[in-house]
Design a protein around this ligand. Structure first.
Ligand code: ADP
Ligand code: ASP
Ligand code: MG
Length: 600
């Protein structure tokens, strides 16, 4: 008999009527011949209310007690849900995370799942009972209650689906699927029929709150198909699976993170180990950073800028101040009036001109781009917070995201998840542990840097419009935040196109007062690919540590959920590759596959 996991979010269980409606769904699914596991969130805004209550008593409540408090929200819901099922003539048993035995590490308020036994759930299912599991919680080895991070019930649902080898993991929520962007922000957003794990992972971590990003990480790792659906309708929603909706589309979705803060560190030494000192103290606080931009100055001094969520700003600033104390130099500035707007698409790695199109669109709307970072499947820009929604709208329109592509593919859902890892998942320690698939070296590119570019709308658009018109393939793009009204822009291109790209850059700087173009024909790009690259805050640190240990300076960095790319000096590629392979040997699933001769 197939097992179906059905997760109901807070708004879907906000009152007794809604709880009854969810209970009816589960009973109907059981009646159709399935075994049903429900995962339930706290009712409505109950978790927010509890957080607020805690803050009234203590501005920094002890994390252990926070978990003790927050886990009660889900406990209320599961008991009520079981009562609702009984009232409808069914049989159900509610279980807390501890009663199931969901073991996590001890990082309170952001714990990671380590193992989940299935015996008790299976026994109850075999007795024709509906199992109702409390979302978002577990216990550590000392029986302390832990929670998985806000929105973590999605993760509980996907994890249970993985260990039980469920035929489907249905996420019932207050929208009828995954949209090309948040439908509450943009009425033009289109519901997608299917989206790939990698795209959903990026979108979730870049602001699309419909799924918790770690739940998508988990689904990808254990190949669990997710079906996002509306709680109060039977119509099909969106599938999150390995393949994307359309093979031809460069961009599949857009997202905004409004509450992003920019931290810029100026005047630090441009030498191996500096980034390490800065990021080590931040990672120790378990803070995820994004949009890391390192900008090499001409006088042996460097600037580093990066973004964190507003909520993490204070702790991140304290960590930076500590690092500056250790370095004995530098200063830190920050801004809170910025937002990150991103586009994501598996197809963009194969197409030229995607970045150019995004930059031109923003320039035409007079929106200044303050920072740029790209990876193989995403482009993020930092803009003024008050222009962020408009920027999202413009970009969504520019890539025609409201229109369905012609070549939509949709996978049939209903067959159990196929996964070797799934076989052993229930016994595996560290289910959410870091997984590095491979370390890659690409020695086929060169770098162009334009320093001292003016900080006004349209500059990046102008540069990449000209570059695209020469059919030059641009891989990594990094634009620093501005310092005294000027920024610097670096990008990599295939070596055989470097000369033409440099010519374009030189012709452009003549119109930009004080700007200067330089190039480096030999850079090496090292990539670490896997799962959990950003959410495991220590990955960037380990890389910086490994490279600085081999006396290698990092010139450009970008991070995504599935990859970290680092550009270093061209003649240090092989040494860097060895250093990274060594540093990640404990979690590396594939041995080095050798050098890449052309960009992928
Ligand atoms: P739940 O309580 O069911 O977990 P959430 O509030 O966490 O629900 O997630 C659903 C919300 O996610 C929607 O109401 C929607 O506003 C928001 N959202 C953000 N981005 C997207 C997107 N790309 N597609 C669908 N919904 C999105
Ligand atoms: N109740 C928790 C929260 O609000 C978990 C969840 O809803 O997924 O964050
Ligand atoms: Mg949610």
């Amino acid at each position: 008999m197939a097992i179906i996991v059905q997760k109901f979010g807070g708004t879907s269980v906000a009152d007794s009527e809604k709880i009854l409606s969810a209970a009816k769904k589960a009973l109907a699914t059981q009646k159709a011949g399935n075994q049903v596991v429900m995962v339930v969130s706290a009712m409505g805004k109950n978790t927010d209310m509890l957080v607020d209550l805690a803050r009234q008593l203590n501005s920094r409540p002890p994390a252990r007690e926070m978990d003790m408090l927050l886990s009660t929200g889900e406990q209320v819901s599961v008991a009520l849900m079981a009562m609702a099922i009984h009232s409808l003539g069914g049989e159900a048993v509610s279980l807390t995370g501890a009663q199931i035995g969901i073991r996590t590490d001890s990082s309170h308020t952001r714990a990671r799942i380590q193992s989940i036994p299935t015996d008790r759930m299976r026994q109850l299912l075999d007795e024709d009972k509906i199992v109702i599991a409390a979302g978002f919680q577990g216990i550590d080895e000392n029986f302390n209650i832990t929670t998985l991070g806000r929105g973590g019930s999605d993760l509980t649902a996907v994890a249970l689906a993985a260990v039980l080898k469920a035929a489907a993991c249905e996420i019932y929520t207050d929208v009828d699927g995954v949209y090309t962007t948040d439908p509450r922000l943009l009425s033009d957003a289109r519901k997608v029929s299917q989206i790939s794990y990698d795209e959903m992972l990026e979108l979730a971590s870049l602001g699309a709150g419909v799924l918790h990003s770690r739940s998508v990480e988990f689904a990808k790792r254990y190949n669990v198909p997710i079906h996002v659906r509306h709680s109060f309708s039977d119509s099909p929603g969106s599938l999150v699976v390995a393949e994307s909706e359309s093979p031809s589309q460069a961009v599949g979705g857009a997202a905004v993170t409004k509450n992003e803060s920019l931290i810029s560190i100026k005047d630090i030494p441009d030498q191996p180990g500096t980034s390490l000192t800065i990021f080590k103290n931040i990672a120790d606080e378990n803070i995820t950073v994004d949009m890391i931009v390192q900008n090499v100055g001409l006088d042996g001094r460097a600037n580093i800028a990066f973004t964190v969520l507003d909520d993490d700003l204070q702790v991140a600033r304290d960590a930076v101040e500590k690092s500056l104390g250790e370095l004995g130099c530098g200063r830190c500035e920050f801004r809170q009036d910025v937002s990150k707007v991103s586009v994501v698409g598996l197809g963009m790695a194969q197409q030229t001109g995607v970045a150019d199109h995004m930059f031109r669109t923003l320039a035409a709307a007079g929106i200044n781009i303050q920072m740029i970072t790209t990876s193989e499947i995403k482009i993020s820009v930092l803009v003024d917070r008050e222009r962020a929604e408009e920027a999202l709208k413009q970009v969504h329109q520019a890539f025609s995201l409201e229109t369905a592509p012609d070549d939509i593919q949709t996978r049939e859902i209903g067959s159990p998840a196929e996964s070797d890892e799934g076989e052993v998942a229930s016994d595996l320690a560290g289910m959410e542990g870091l997984r590095v698939d491979e370390v890659l070296l690409d020695e086929s590119q060169g770098r162009i840097t334009i320093s001292q570019i003016p900080d006004r709308p349209g500059v990046a658009a102008h540069v990449f419009e000209k570059i695209a018109s020469e059919n030059i393939f641009v891989d990594m793009i990094v634009q620093s935040d501005s310092s005294e009204g000027q920024a610097s822009l670096s990008f990599t291109v295939p070596r055989d196109q470097l000369e033409s790209a440099f010519k374009v850059a030189q012709s452009l700087v003549t119109d930009m007062d004080g700007a200067e173009a330089t190039y480096c024909s030999e850079v090496a790009k090292l990539s670490i690919a896997g799962i959990g690259m950003r959410s495991h805050t220590g990955v960037a640190i380990r890389s910086f540590q490994a490279l600085s240990g081999s006396d290698i300076n990092v010139e450009m960095v970008n991070t995504s959920e599935v990859r970290i790319n680092l550009v270093i000096d061209g003649d240090r590629g092989a040494i860097g590759m060895d250093a990274l392979t060594d540093a990640f040997s404990d979690v590396l699933s594939k041995k080095p596959s050798g050098r890449q001769s052309s960009p992928s």
